[in-house]
Design a binder for this molecule. Sequence first.
Ligand SMILES: [Fe+2]
Length: 120
Amino acid sequence: MRELKLKKCLECNSLVNVMNNGEKLICCGKEMVDVKANSTDAAFEKHVPTYEINNNKLEVSVNHVMESDHYIEWIAFVTDNREEFAYLEPGIDAKAEFKYNKGILYAYCNKHGLWMQEVE
Ligand SMILES: [Fe+2]
């Protein structure tokens, strides 16, 4: 199954979605590092996207606060031939809808990074 491949600059916090290759990307004079999902020391159940399937739609939510200094920046759904991002902002619900398919859901917390959940 295809996965998101994100790289981050530890100097300026730039985040890059790598479309192909990207083995060695340099930012601020240093090599960017791979962003691994579900690897931050934070509450799993507050970050991992959960979903329900209704009428062929994937209804996704993240049980996370949406405050100005701590929120889910986006929810993404990646299938073998598609990547969709729903960009969020503080004050709205951490929710998104996608057309149902098998794939991988991601949520990105501005403080706690990348989280994922497979959709069967
Ligand atoms: Fe968080």
